[in-house]
Design a protein around this ligand. Sequence first.
Ligand code: TCR
Length: 847
Amino acid sequence: DIHGFVESENHELIIGGMFPFHFRTILTNESSWEEPKSPKCEGFNFRSLRWARAMMHAIREINNRTDILPNITLGYQIFDSCFTISKAVEGTLTFLTGQNETMPNFRCSAGAPLAAVIGAGGSALSIATARILGLYYFPQVGYFSSCSVLSDKFQFPSFLRTIPSDVYQSKAMAQLVIYFGWTWVGTIAADDDYGKYGIKLFKEEVEKVGICIAFSETLPRIYNKDAIQKIVEVVRKSTANVIVVFSTDIDLSALMEEMANTNITGKTWIASEAWITSALIAKPSYSHLLRGTIGFAVRKGNIPNFEQFLHETHPENTEDDLLYEFWENAFNCTYHADRKALYTDRVNDTITRESHISSRHCTENEKLRDINNTYTDVSELRITYSVYKAVYTIAHALHDLDTCVAGDGPFPSKSCAYILDFEPWQLMYYLRHVKFQTFSNESVHLDESGDVDAYYDILNWQNSSDSIFFVKIGKYTGTASGYDMKITNSSILWNTENFLSPHSVCSESCLPGTRKGIRQGEPVCCFDCIQCAEGEITNGTDERECVACLSDYWSNAARNECVLKEVEFLAYEEALGITLIALSVFGALIVIAITVVYVMHRKTALVQANDRELSFLIQFSLVITLLTSILFVGKPVEWSCMARQTTLALGFSLCLSCLLGKTIVLMLSARAAKSKTPGKGGTLMRPLYQKLVGLIGISIEVGVVTAYLLLYPPWVYKNMESQNVKIILECNEGSIEFLCSMFGFDVFLAILSFITAFVARKLPDNFNEAKFITFGMLVFFIVWISFVPAYLSTRGKFKVAVEIFAILASSFGLLGCIFVPKCYIILLKPERNTEEIVGGRAATNDK
Ligand code: TCR
């Protein structure tokens, strides 16, 4: 019950062929009380008729050639596989058993022996038939069964093919996706071995380089509107703009039909070889959807005189059922009554005639030249060329077998096989070693697994107003050892608004300064970009982690660079620094001015009263303390750290011990005044002793300072803890104990002088010196007491500034309280600067 073409009379050898002349079988309601019949087929496929005609043409050509098989005429027997496994298996069994016999009766079909079988069509069919043919090691040459598993010679020992394995195509697609930088692609696969294995290999390839699959859908094998609509929805909702489709055109057509009804645009389709040049899909009405499609097509070849051969086709010439059906479909007519009677009779069993065939009668005048259809279109001879090569492969192998010289043959004891009676494995031997050149100058040979080297044209669909045409934009060659892909970007038409290559990523890449943050439960290509924390950076795009800056560095605002931390200290150039220095210099100048005044009036009573030298020493020490504040400003270095606190302490101790020298005298005079023994105070304390107090005070302090500097000197410290962004350059005080005892001694002197001055404050004469000193000491205490909390609560350079303020304030306080009132008298009230007022004691003091 198998439909096909036969030409086997008067032929010595037959080549079997199987082509999917119809798209599908019809589902029949099996009734169990009838004898089951082979299912019927429907949907005439013009394209496969062309493929079958290529086989016939090749055989005819070989028969006419004198250089290949000169003494042998080949015949053919071609069956319709209806794109269905069961039909293909049925055909295979028929080949093996001879017509209508159920017992396998090797190669007795149609009179002449069967040499080899071409095809079975799609991979699923070839896999099924190759398993049966493999049992007998019967040669089978596939022309478009490209599925990768067919390379497995363990499972399919006698299967060879003239189309490259999909291993290469899947790799090529992956390379294409990588080439254009898409990382987010959807996949659609046909529900057969071709689609599933193709997409599986593609996924494996792309996942290696971190590309993610947005969705993977499978086309229903039998038309199912819901399933198709579901796929359309998925495509519409997905953010992936690139969709890889591994399917035959027949399986894909239903989806494209549905898709064209929606307004989905802007998707770029990556086509597998099975639909890239299919007229079924490349319809002008789909062009808004599919233009810009890129895909791979197998090698295109030239078949001499083929077009002419196609045009010779006429049902009257061969009286073949299939050609009648073709004719009716092509010209939309029905055959005249007697013909039709005969034809429908035969056809009724196997083919349901499609309802669209009109009642118009076919005349004798229809000419194939007048119409333009897939059958006569020879612009893209790719699969057709593969069929042609398959026939030639077999013919060349047979020829090699025929020309074997006895005694030099490949078989045991150097024997040969006999062309009219050989075993299938003997032909297999020759097939595996075949090597020949086609008319298109392609040299064909099969490798160990029966495959040919991969070569693909990369095609791009472009459209004019009423048609889609295929533009070659590159090529891909692949062998077991590597691949080579060339693409001319400029000739590609993209289906995007701006005609630029589409963008297909799940998340835009993360810029420097951010890192990828995974989204729980989503593919790795979908992520959030998270800004690096302070002090951490990333300097490339798409980094996974931020790296911390080195200790002296800190991140910039954009977090893409580590910058040297700003070093903070109170600089000379700053306004604050300048002001403080100006104040201290100003203070020092005042002190010097006072000294000058004192020197000029050194003979007056006021200056001479209560030890002139001590006054000069105090002035000198005030200049020192005022000027030490300069040491606090500027970048701290080793020596300035060592110098600043110590000079300050020394300055104060000099100042305070001299003051103490003075106040002790004042206190003693006050006592004497109380005890009504005037004049006694002067004698109580000689000026020498007064200076001795100052000397003792200063020398104790010098001792402490020296020990401090020798044992635990202060050092420059980069403080990075208190602030991240900045390094605070400060002086570490070394030993706090020493620091405390150093200033503690100053405080001790201060307290002593305060107490002594306080006791003597009521002394009426001596220009109220004791009162002013008391006052000055109070100011001194207030300043330094309030200094402590202020100092502890500031950081950075302001800490230093606070200390300078305290120094200046206390020095100015002492200056203001001790010397200014005296200068006032010396300069403005000279009448009071007399000994009478100063008192006799003052005079006696110095004389
Ligand atoms: N291999 C597919 C079927 C197929 C096909 C085609 C069908 C290929 N090329 C062109 C129709 C038209 C490639 C398979 O199943 O192996």
